[in-house]
Design a protein around this ligand. Structure first.
Ligand SMILES: *Cc1c(COP(=O)(O)O)cnc(C)c1O
Length: 432
C-alpha cells in the first residue's frame, strides 16, 4: 500500500515513510492510495471477534508486508489494551466509551499505535528517535503516555508554563523514563515555534532523528477506524441495518477514520458531525462554502478548532463533492448553554454522565432521530471527570478519577526553559 499526498505534488510513499514524515513535503496530507475492502467472511464473523482481532484485520490491510502479522498483532494488542464498551443510554441511543485508556480520552488509541509502529521500524534499523511535541494540554498527555517505556524512542514535550490544567501537567511531568517535559516560559504558540525551528535545523534534525507525533499522522488516524467496526459488531441484526454515528469533532480526524471504515465496507448509514461554536464544517455542509476562522473558546475545548486539519481528507474521500459529503454527513453546532443543559437533562433522565464533548454529540443525535429512524451511537471521546469543573456544576454528584489511572508518584519532573531557541537547541544537542 502506498500513501499519496492530497496535494499530489510528491510521489507516493510506503506506510513507514508516511508515518516517519507525518506530513508530505508539499504540505498536503497522506491518504492510502486505495481503500481496502474487507471480505464478506469478515463481516459474517465480526460479532464473534474481540476488539484486538478486529483491529488486526483492519490495520493489516494498510501495513501489508511492511509489518509481519505476528509483529503487528503485538502492536495492536498493546495499543488496545483497554476496554471500549458500548453502553446503552436509552432506546436507540448508545455511547461508545473511548475513554478507558491511560489519559481518559480517545487520543490514547492513535498515540499508542503511532508510538509502537515508530518503535517497531526504528528497532529494525537500530536507530534511536526523538519525538518532539508541543502541546496545549491533551495531546501532550496522550503522547507522553502512549510513548512511555516504548523502546528506541525519547519524547520531549514542550508545554506553556501555567497554562495547562494540574491534571494534564501531572500526566506529562511525573512519568520520567523516556519522557522529558519542558516547561516553557511562554505560550502554546511559542512551544510550537520551538518545535518548528528544531525541524528546520537540518543538522540537528538529522543528528537526533527528530520526528513529530502530530495528530495528522496516518498512524494516529488509521487505528481510530477500528472502534467503528467494534461498535457495529455489538449491534443486533436489525440495528446493523441503520447504524448512525454521532461524532464530536474538532480537527475531524475521528470522523475521517469513520469514513475510512465506511469505505472499507462497514455499512454505516449516516454520520453526524457535531461541533460547538466552532462551526466551520457544519457551515460548509449547509452552504458549500468553507470559511476558516479563528477558534472560539468553549467548554468542549478539545473541539475549539476554526480550520480543521483533516477537512482536506474528508474532501478527498468525497472526490471534492459537496453534494456527496452532504448526503453522508449532517452537521450540527451547539452552544455551551445547550451543552450544559444536556448534561443535566440526560443525567436526570438516564443517570448517564456525559462529558461536554459527548453532550454535543448527544444533542446532534437526538435532533437527527426526531425525523429519522436508526440506531444511534455517540462517540464519548473523554471521561467526564476530565471536565469535572464543568460537569459537576450540572449534576448532583461528585466524580472520581478511575483508580487504574490515579497517579501515585506525583513528583513533578519538568525542566523550566525560556522560549529562546538557543537554549532548546543546546538542550537537545546534549541529550544522548
Ligand atoms: C481531540 C478531541 C476531540 C476532537 O477530535 P477530532 O478527531 O480532532 O475531531 C473531541 N473530543 C475530545 C475529548 C478530544 O480530545
Amino acid at each position: 500500500m502506498k500513501y499519496y499526498s492530497t496535494k499530489s505534488e510528491v510521489i507516493p510513499v510506503s506506510f513507514k515513510e508516511a508515518i516517519f514524515k507525518g506530513l508530505p513535503d508539499d504540505n498536503g496530507l497522506f491518504m492510502p492510495e486505495s481503500i481496502p475492502k474487507l471480505s464478506e467472511s469478515f463481516f459474517e464473523r465480526i460479532s464473534e471477534m474481540t476488539l484486538p482481532e478486529i483491529g488486526l484485520e483492519v490495520i493489516k490491510q494498510y501495513t501489508e508486508d511492511e509489518i509481519p502479522t505476528d509483529d503487528l498483532k503485538k502492536i495492536i494488542d498493546e495499543t488496545l489494551a483497554f476496554e471500549i464498551p458500548l453502553k446503552k443510554i436509552k432506546k436507540d441511543v448508545y455511547s461508545l466509551e473511548l475513554f478507558h485508556g491511560p489519559t481518559l480520552a480517545f487520543k490514547d488509541v492513535g498515540a499508542r499505535f503511532l508510538a509502537r509502529s515508530l518503535s517497531y521500524f526504528s528497532a529494525s534499523e537500530d536507530k534511536k528517535l526523538t519525538v518532539l511535541v508541543a502541546t496545549s494540554g491533551d495531546t501532550g498527555s496522550a503522547v507522553a503516555n502512549g510513548f512511555y517505556k516504548v523502546p528506541n524512542i525519547d519524547v520531549v514535550i514542550l508545554y506553556p508554563s501555567g497554562k495547562i490544567s494540574d491534571f494534564q501537567e501531572q500526566q506529562m511531568t511525573t512519568l520520567g523514563g523516556n519522557i522529558t517535559a519542558l516547561e516553557i516560559d511562554g505560550t502554546f504558540d511559542d512551544c510550537q515555534k520551538l518545535v518548528k525551528q528544531a525541524f528546520l535545523d537540518k543538522k540537528l534534525s538529522k543528528e537526533k532523528n527528530l520526528t513529530s507525533a502530530n495528530s495528522i499522522n496516518m498512524a494516529r488516524l488509521l487505528p481510530q477506524s477500528i472502534y467503528y467496526f467494534y461498535a457495529f459488531a455489538q449491534l443486533n441484526d436489525e440495528q446493523k441495518k441503520q447504524a448512525v454515528f454521532s461524532v464530536p469533532s474538532g480537527n475531524y480526524g475521528n470522523i475521517s477514520a469513520g469514513l475510512l471504515a465506511q469505505n472499507m465496507g462497514l455499512p454505516i448509514s449516516h454520520f453526524l458531525a457535531c461541533s460547538n461554536a466552532n462551526d466551520t464544517v457544519p457551515k460548509y455542509l449547509e452552504t458549500s462554502e468553507y470559511i476558516a476562522k479563528p477558534s472560539v473558546p468553549t467548554i468542549s475545548n478539545a473541539m475549539d478548532v476554526g480550520d480543521p486539519s483533516n477537512f482536506v481528507r474528508m474532501l478527498d474521500l468525497f472526490g471534492d463533492s459537496h453534494k456527496q459529503m452532504k448526503e453522508a454527513i449532517t452537521g450540527y453546532s451547539f452552544s455551551d448553554d445547550e451543552t450544559r443543559a444536556t448534561i443535566t437533562r440526560v443525567f436526570e433522565e438516564t443517570e448517564y454522565v456525559l462529558d461536554p464533548h459527548g453532550a454535543v454529540a448527544y444533542l446532534g443525535l437526538e435532533d437527527y432521530l426526531e425525523t429519522n429512524s436508526g440506531t444511534g451511537i455517540i462517540l464519548e471521546t473523554a471521561h467526564p471527570v476530565k471536565f469535572a469543573e464543568t460537569v459537576e456544576k450540572q449534576i448532583p454528584q461528585k466524580m472520581q478519577i478511575p483508580s487504574h489511572i490515579q497517579l501515585t508518584n506525583l513528583d513533578k519532573k519538568s525542566i523550566a526553559m525560556s522560549k529562546d531557541f538557543e537554549s532548546f537547541k543546546t538542550f537537545l544537542e546534549a541529550k544522548i
